[in-house]
Design a protein around this ligand. Structure first.
Ligand code: DGL
Length: 288
């Protein structure tokens, strides 16, 4: 069956929640989602073969993300969380506005930037917010645009950290190299303003570096990983949208799919999830 036929065959049929990231980072979101919605079924899709996305062009990130959305729809997902800031920044709006009406207007694709931007206003006392993210996320100015819309009084200071995702993907989060890059990039960010009191981890890989991020941040700063923010936003969304909530299957099953080597994925993903997992591989997101 083709992807298009499978999407048509699953219109209106209950299915798992799809969670997508370029690699492992979205697992930090999945972990919180599973805690918030313990009965829900999930499919996690990591495009590890093509990660990292952070330094890639707009066109390519959009193309890869649309492939992932179509693939997860074909697997029956009625709701997808793009658990990747880079893909949320570069592809989400176009997918929501242009592609979704053509694929199946009744399904939903949600991102991680909007819920994060919503919450920062409640947390900062000084009004100065720091953002660390991939070059793609920072260059897109998606956080600047959302925060300006929601909290025009806040000042946002951003720093692109191109080495942080490769460090995590290569299991170097605890290395001296990670110390070097985290310290260097945070020094640069905090030198832009001395009253930053809230730091957005605008990349779902970054919670894996949280100890080093704490070590090189001023004491007392609010550091915001996105897992709990996204899961409480989704819980609230499902309460307000029973028509989507009732289309989630609830057997407490999570499937893990990667475009790279599944044993390597399973080993590292188990560290992120705090439990053993068994992933399977898809060679191309255009095949089922
Ligand atoms: N976890 C992705 C994000 O949140 C990483 C992007 C990448 O692959 O560079 O931005």
């Amino acid at each position: 069956m083709t992807i298009s036929d499978a999407i048509k065959a699953t219109v209106g049929q209950p299915g798992p929640i799809g969670v997508f990231d370029s690699g492992y980072g979205g697992l930090t979101i999945l972990r919180s989602l599973k805690q918030a919605l313990p009965d829900a079924d999930f499919i996690y899709l990591g495009d590890n073969a093509r990660a990292p996305y952070g330094n890639r062009s707009f066109d390519l990130i959009y193309h890869f993300t649309l492939e992932a959305v179509r693939y997860l729809f074909a697997k029956g997902c009625q709701l997808i969380i793009i658990a990747c800031n880079t893909a949320s920044a570069k592809a989400l709006r176009t997918i929501q506005q242009r592609d979704l009406p053509l694929l199946d207007a009744s399904r939903r694709v949600l991102g991680v930037i909007r819920p994060t931007a919503e919450i920062v206003g409640e947390l900062s006392k000084t009004g100065a917010i720091g953002l660390v993210g991939t070059p793609g996320t920072v260059a897109s100015k998606s956080y600047d645009i959302e925060i300006e819309k929601l909290h025009p009084d806040l000042r946002l200071y951003s720093k692109a950290c191109p080495m942080w995702v490769p460090l995590v993907e290569n299991m170097e989060s605890d290395s001296e190299g990670a110390d070097y890059f985290v310290k260097r990039d945070l020094n640069d960010l905090f030198s832009k303003a001395n009253d930053i009191d809230t730091l957005i981890l605008g990349c779902t890989h970054y919670p894996l570096l949280i100890e080093k991020i704490r070590k090189y941040s001023p004491a007392g700063i609010n550091i915001l990983p996105q897992g709990d923010i996204v899961s409480s936003s989704l819980t609230d969304y499902l309460k307000r949208h029973p028509e989507i909530d009732t289309r989630i299957t609830r057997g407490a099953v999570t499937d893990y799919i990667t475009t790279e080597e599944p044993d390597k994925f399973s080993t590292l993903a188990a560290v992120f999830m705090g439990a053993p997992i068994k992933a399977c591989r898809v060679h191309s997101l255009t095949d089922l």
